[in-house]
Design a binder for this molecule. Structure first.
Ligand SMILES: [Zn+2]
Length: 141
């Protein structure tokens, strides 16, 4: 089960999604055929990291023990600047219509996931404190 999560994204760091080499459509979630032209040539490519929180909710229960101390856990649908709407773990305290930056990070078990945090550069310190507290980070080579 855990291994399946690790395979969703090819690496941590700047966000990458499947881009159709036939029509240029950015596809999310990952799929075998392009959602626009049904082309089968999808390549993982870096995408712009910006988006806007479209809706959000909080998880009050998790089957993953490492998340328990941090509940309730905000998650959001984020309208990406490049087109699709993606689901992401959300920095606490953000609201709908907030501009966010996305990264792919790994949790303490190595599961890669999209994380959205404030695009406001003044929030850098609070973002780092949050990521340290929940043990989300880029994988070390
Ligand atoms: Zn396409």
């Amino acid at each position: 089960m855990t291994a399946a999560f690790k395979t969703i994204f090819p690496a941590t760091g700047a966000p990458q999604l499947q881009v159709c080499t036939d029509c240029g459509q950015v596809n999310y979630p990952p799929r075998e055929l392009c959602g626009k032209c049904l082309g089968a040539s999808l390549a993982w490519q870096p995408i712009p990291a910006g988006g806007v929180v479209q809706s959000l909710t909080e998880l009050h229960h998790s089957l993953e023990p490492q998340y328990g101390p941090h509940l309730p856990w905000p998650v959001a649908s984020v309208k990406l600047d490049c087109g699709p709407v993606a689901f992401a773990h959300l920095q606490p305290g953000l609201d709908v219509n907030t501009a966010v930056t996305l990264r792919i990070l790994a949790d303490s078990e190595g599961n890669r996931m999209l994380v959205a945090y404030a695009a406001d550069k003044n929030a850098h310190e609070s973002i780092q404190q949050w990521l340290t507290a929940i043990q989300f980070q880029e994988e070390r080579p």
